[in-house]
Design a protein around this ligand. Structure first.
Ligand SMILES: [Mg+2]
Length: 123
C-alpha cells in the first residue's frame, strides 16, 4: 500500500516545519498551508487521505475547515492538533462533528502521529 497523502494546516510556520522535518524524509506526500482557505484549496486539489489541522487560526478556523471538508467527496480523515483546551468540551464536539481524532499540541511523539495517520488512511 502506498503512503497516505497528507495536507496540514496551521498558522504557526514553526509547527509546519516540524511536521515537514519528520514526514518528508519518510517519503510522505505532505502539502502544507498556513491559512484555512489555502488549506481547503489544497484538499480540493490533492484529495488527501488525511488532513491535519490546527483549531485556532485567523480567517477560516479549524471548525469551519472540518465543516467544509465533511461536505466534500472524497472527504479526508481529519485529525486536529491544538493547544486549545477547555476541559475536553471542544474535542468532544469536534469528534461528534466527525473528526477522526483530536491531539494535544505540543505533540509528544511524531511516531504516534504517524501511526495514527496510517490507521486513519486505512479506514
Ligand atoms: Mg493556531
Amino acid at each position: 500500500m502506498s503512503k497516505p497523502v497528507i495536507v496540514a494546516i496551521d498558522d504557526e510556520p514553526e509547527f509546519i516545519r516540524f511536521l515537514q522535518d519528520y514526514f518528508e524524509p519518510r517519503e510522505y506526500e505532505l502539502h502544507v498551508a498556513l491559512r484555512g482557505a489555502e488549506g481547503i484549496e489544497l484538499v480540493k486539489e490533492k484529495k488527501p487521505d488525511v488532513l491535519l489541522t490546527d483549531l485556532k487560526m485567523p480567517g477560516i478556523d479549524g471548525d469551519e475547515v472540518l465543516k467544509l471538508v465533511k461536505s466534500m467527496t472524497p472527504s479526508p480523515k481529519v485529525i486536529f492538533i491544538t493547544a486549545y483546551d477547555d476541559g475536553g468540551k471542544t474535542k468532544a464536539r469536534l469528534t461528534k462533528m466527525g473528526a477522526f481524532a483530536c491531539l494535544d499540541k505540543p505533540i509528544g511523539s511524531l511516531k504516534s502521529l504517524e501511526d495514527m495517520i496510517n490507521k486513519a488512511a486505512e479506514k
